[in-house]
Ligand binder design. Structure first.
Ligand code: URA
Length: 266
């Protein structure tokens, strides 16, 4: 692992902050000054200002994000962030983002490699959203959403679409574009009234109240790794194909049912 990533995982600083510490000559590896390109293994002796550092264990957290909380580590406007809401001792950061008004499943981790792959559209990790919209979309409109739409930053990939009620639509997308679901529904004339992410890859929110979080089970981490080792799948095929219920027990790993929810600190 590169030295800056190692320092970030050890909870010393962000990767950028770690680069500054390295440039300032404050980091040594086995007694030698660390360099930006230094690769660190599990047996190396890494020190900051002469103090030995221990690598931090990998942490994976599933949060049921409530509305009104921002998906960043720090907010210049002083709003509550998902990182402060969770208050995890490890330096976990959100994977992708949900708008402040969006509720639902949000993964936080300090596993930068997995986070990077999960966020990459190549791996087509499904995200399932339930949108309450204005008006009552017609069947042809749902077909339009499913086929893909032209947005101002390019066409959307085919999506899984199900009607859950007259004004309630479930969308399964694997892209992670900014405000994508809201923009898709705006584009077909049905602005979103409320948006909830009910599933992220293999992870559902079963048993987690809004604001609560839990550590992932090892089997869930393995399922996420497996989801990022497949490429070029048809959209919607990882866990729930378009048109299939995302709450089908068959679509969930057994570990989802062995949860230990934690309430976020006030
Ligand atoms: N798409 C959106 O429009 N908003 C979100 O928060 C997530 C996906």
């Amino acid at each position: 692992m590169r030295l800056n990533a190692w320092l970030a995982r050890a909870g010393v600083a962000s990767r950028r902050g770690a680069d500054e510490l390295i440039r300032a000559g404050r980091v040594t590896v086995n007694g030698e000054p660390g360099e930006l390109g230094t690769i660190v293994g599990s047996r190396d002796d890494v020190r900051l200002d002469g103090r030995p550092l221990a690598p931090q264990a990998l942490a994976y957290v599933l949060l049921h994000k409530p509305a009104g909380v921002v998906t960043t580590a720090r907010d210049p406007q002083g709003r509550q962030t998902v990182v402060s809401l969770v208050g995890h001792p490890a330096r976990v950061v959100p994977v992708g983002r949900l708008d402040a008004d969006t509720t639902g499943a949000l993964l936080l981790t300090n596993d930068g490699g997995l986070a990077h792959r999960l966020a990459h559209p190549r791996y087509r990790v499904d995200k399932v959203y339930v949108a309450e919209v204005e008006g009552r979309p017609r069947p042809a409109t749902l077909e339009q959403l499913a086929a893909g739409l032209q947005l101002d930053d390019g066409p959307t990939a085919p999506a899984g679409v199900r009607r859950l009620g007259p004004s309630t639509v479930e969308l399964t997308v694997h892209e992670g574009r900014n405000r994508q679901v809201r923009r898709m529904l705006d584009a077909v004339g049905h602005p979103v009234r409320s948006l909830h992410r009910s599933r992220y890859g293999p992870l559902t929110l079963e048993g987690l109240e809004p604001g609560a979080w839990r550590e992932l089970e090892p089997s869930e981490v393995a399922a996420l790794r497996a989801a990022t080792s497949r490429r070029g799948r048809e959209p919607g095929r990882a866990g729930s194909a378009p048109g299939r219920s995302s709450s089908s027990p068959a679509a969930r790993p057994a570990a989802d049912r062995r949860r230990r929810p934690r309430s976020a600190p006030p």
